[in-house]
Design a protein around this ligand. Structure first.
Ligand SMILES: NC(=O)c1ccc[n+]([C@@H]2O[C@H](COP(=O)([O-])OP(=O)(O)OC[C@H]3O[C@@H](n4cnc5c(N)ncnc54)[C@H](O)[C@@H]3O)[C@@H](O)[C@H]2O)c1
Length: 332
């Protein structure tokens, strides 16, 4: 199979590329990535010389580049997106461009070259917040942040292309990812690396917001499963049932690094901060996929990885944006 992976230099895209090259030694992968602040070729140093892997720098909104690559592959798996909720509050336009127009550009190419499948990687955040119960694949889209709204826009275009042009498209909604190579602005790596640097950790509100979590390897296996066994035209939720408050996770990280709760700095809550996400993933599980990892083991593995890979994350944390971002927290 020849795959075009978009956003493959980011956190989850790079994990997926490594996973596929290892599991399917005859698959060819083209990685199209704009290399925004979140794209980092260091994430793929170990595979860059693999003759079955090719990298192209480019924007998914650029129809010419997208077409030239789509022509040579069987399936697009699209990870490319602007992904950080806090940034979407500060700069929503970039999110609308990449997550909506970029998706439309990729769908156009998949249509033109009559691909047998297109896979859209999306999020549970499109459904908004749920007090109790779980989101199913049929739950309405009620996004609350510009990030979630932009992802919802891309997902709705997938639905419209599938119906209007009868294209074979699968949309996946996943709970929150964590694991190696996640940019240290996101909750779990930000907290681990702050503590490794001897800094405090900025916890929103009272830390009561609840998220469901999935480890990188389990998300990779879910997308692999969907790629080979999913039904075109379907939507699949990808979840683990690991629901945790942010405070619970903070305490686990503090404990693992031998730090006390005095390291927590409670900061003003993010505007429109969703209270709880929870996915019903029984549809995908009924086909035969299930997660393999236990939450605590996966979290400890992740902490160990950040401890052992300071030379990966330290340069990212010295960047201008992260300094600005820390100032923002202080001023809340
Ligand atoms: N991180 C999570 O917890 C989570 C949960 C569910 C779904 N998702 C979805 O999974 C996907 C990957 O998330 P991630 O956390 O790995 O993201 P990330 O921010 O780490 O990486 C995104 C990648 O996309 C690239 N990119 C951005 N704009 C682009 C453009 N216009 N053209 C080409 N490349 C571009 C970036 O350079 C980067 O390499 C996203 O679609 C996201 O919405 C993420």
């Amino acid at each position: 199979m020849r795959l075009l992976i978009t956003g493959g230099a980011g956190f989850m895209g790079s994990n997926f590329i490594r996973y596929i090259l290892k599991k399917y030694p005859d698959y060819k992968i083209t990685n199209l990535d704009k290399l925004t602040y979140a794209g980092n070729l260091e994430n793929l140093r170990d595979v860059e010389k693999n003759p079955l892997y090719k990298f192209t720098k480019g924007d998914i909104c650029d129809q010419k580049i997208v077409d030239s690559l789509a022509k040579e592959v069987d399936v697009i798996v699209s990870y490319a997106a602007e992904t950080h909720v806090d940034r979407s509050i500060m700069n929503p336009r970039e999110f609308a461009m990449t997550d909506v127009i970029g998706t439309q550009t990729l769908l156009e190419a998949a249509k033109k070259y009559k691909h047998p499948l297109y896979v859209q990687i999306s999020t549970d955040e499109v459904f908004g917040s749920v007090e109790s119960g779980k989101f199913t694949e049929e739950s309405p889209f009620l996004p609350n942040s510009p990030y979630a709204a932009s992802k919802a826009g891309g997902d709705l275009l997938c639905r419209a292309y599938a119906i209007t042009y009868k294209m074979p498209i699968i949309v996946t909604h996943s709970c929150n990812f964590f694991g190696q190579y996640q940019y240290p602005e996101k909750f779990i790596p930000l907290f681990i690396t702050n503590l490794l640097e001897g800094k405090k950790v900025p916890l929103y509100g009272k830390g009561g917001n609840i998220r469901e979590w999935i480890y990188t390897q389990d998300h990779c296996s879910a997308i692999d499963f969907i790629l080979h066994h999913g039904k075109a035209g379907e939507v699949y939720n990808i979840g683990t049932g690991w629901e945790k408050t942010n405070l619970e996770i903070t305490k686990l990280i503090l404990g693992a690094l031998g730090k006390g709760e005095s390291q927590i700095e409670f900061v003003k809550n993010r505007p429109a901060h969703d209270w709880r996400y929870s996915l019903d993933s029984s549809k995908l599980r009924s086909l035969g996929w299930k997660p393999k990892y236990e939450f605590k083991d996966a979290l400890l593995e992740t902490i160990k990885w950040y401890k052992n890979n300071e030379n990966w994350w330290k340069p990212l944390k010295s960047g201008d944006y992260l300094k600005y971002y820390e100032e923002q927290y202080k001023n809340r």
